[in-house]
Design a protein. Sequence first.
Length: 322
Amino acid sequence: MDSTSADASASVETSTTTNHPMAPHNDIEAFHQVLRSSRRILALCGAGLSASSGLPTFRGAGGFWRNYDATQLATVRAFKMDAGIVWLFYSYRRHLALKAEPNMGHRALAALARRNMDFLCLTQNVDNLSQRAEHPSSQLKSLHGSLYDIKCSNESCDWIQRGNFDDPFCAALAPASVDMPNGEPLPLLDPYHRVKHIGEDEIPKCPQCKKGIQRPGVVWFGEDLDANMMMDISAWMRAEPIDLMFVIGTSAQVYPAASYIDKARKRGARIVTINPEAEDEAEMYKIKPGDFAFGRDAAECLPILLEPVIGKPDEDGEFGMP
Ligand SMILES: [Zn+2]
């Protein structure tokens, strides 16, 4: 097809009255046809996937935590300057994510993975909700690590502890794990509420090198992603052509997210974008001929889009086993 993306958006209005050769970008029936004939499927998930589970995205206008720009707390530099405040931020997120539940979006993707061994899901989320939705671990790559992995801050030490769900993580971080009655705001979140400084001596030391202090096992801005994981993903992408790629709840502007979309396209994939802004005027240029875009919440949209493969959920919201 040689149609431009402007033509693609015009087809939304005209397709019902004219016999336009290309289905509109948000036609569910047309998408179902494509899905039925797709075998190798890739997904890239971001914070929007967990939004309806009640987890803040810490991006854009809501990107502040106390009076800190959340992105400024997610750096090695911030941790070196004040490990206590960075740990409070991550402790708060550990506590929130433990209380949250996987939503229908996580469950639908997990069901797709159980039914299609050729589906690989890459997530930028560190909240463990896809894992808790029983997404098969061999088909899930956590690009940015996990809130529940603990590493050593000593760069020459490779100690890592997986699946630490202690809440609070340690005694000094208890203020981040408080549940307020009647939905009252947590004092910790009020920038005018003074927080007792937490010294490095109050944070557990690494049991291996006994020099570094323990830190969250997430990938901070400026840090490299896990090299073995990156190689696994590259190998998967190179192995065979890709039929379809979902881009869910992420603007995919951070490396390597954007490059995965380009690579999947080159491997033949149609791109299907799912997030509330996907059909905004300013986003339409990204929709190439043959692509799909659904400007809806992932938790609401994914069960409908994936229904030909995963079926309808039962009354408990479970898709059952294949
Ligand atoms: Zn260490």
